[in-house]
Design a protein around this ligand. Structure first.
Ligand SMILES: [Zn+2]
Length: 196
């Protein structure tokens, strides 16, 4: 009986959550996040997707990526004084997604643009090497899924952090990669402006 109950529960959970998310999501509980000190709702859909690197070492498995998430959160909260980890989501080397502020809450990752954007960071430093194929694939998948779910405007603009701020982020190689994607703002609008 218990066996069937488990099968039943598994099926329900899969139908409710599994099929809706086409990537592995590690929740805040999963990476043992601290509670945010404050939150502010994010007005959806957002018009901009900002790509970042974390400027840390990279990580592969969930244990090391979770530990990296906790380190980044600690830095953002205790050193920078932010309410929480700044990013909306981070992506580890195996392509797993780590929930930061998520879709619901405004991030702290792109000054002046936080209100209109989600910030997705590929864990690592991408000045010489490219992120893993899994990381890049998941970045595309989470953006597409975000559009389908109504979190991201279908006419969104993709930018690297450096396009809107004086920073090296997301690194030369990652910037070169995303600048070839169709929604990269210069390809999509072609006029060199990020208009909201
Ligand atoms: Zn950045």
């Amino acid at each position: 009986m218990l066996y069937y109950y488990h099968i039943f529960l598994f099926t329900i959970l899969n139908l409710t959550y599994g099929q809706e998310t086409p990537y592995t999501l590690v929740s805040r509980v999963g990476w043992r996040a601290r509670l945010a000190t404050q939150t502010q709702p994010l007005k959806l859909p957002v018009q901009i997707v900002v790509v970042h690197n974390t400027a840390t070492s990279s990580c592969l498995d969930q244990e090391s990526c979770s530990s990296m998430m906790r380190k980044i959160q600690k830095h953002h909260m205790d050193v920078k004084g932010w309410w929480d980890i700044g990013y909306s989501f981070c992506i580890g080397g195996q392509g797993d997604v780590y929930e930061g502020r998520g879709w619901k809450y405004m991030g702290a990752h792109a000054l002046r643009f936080n209100e209109y954007s989600v910030g997705i960071a590929l864990i690592g430093s991408w000045t010489v090497e490219l992120p893993t194929k899994e990381q890049l694939d998941t970045l595309k998948i989470i953006i597409d899924h975000g559009v389908k779910q109504g979190h991201i405007d279908p006419d969104y603009l993709l930018v690297g952090h450096r396009d809107i701020r004086d920073t090296h982020c997301p690194g030369d190689t990652l910037q070169a990669e995303i600048s070839q994607w169709p929604h990269y703002y210069l390809n999509y609008r072609g006029n060199g402006t990020i208009q909201l």
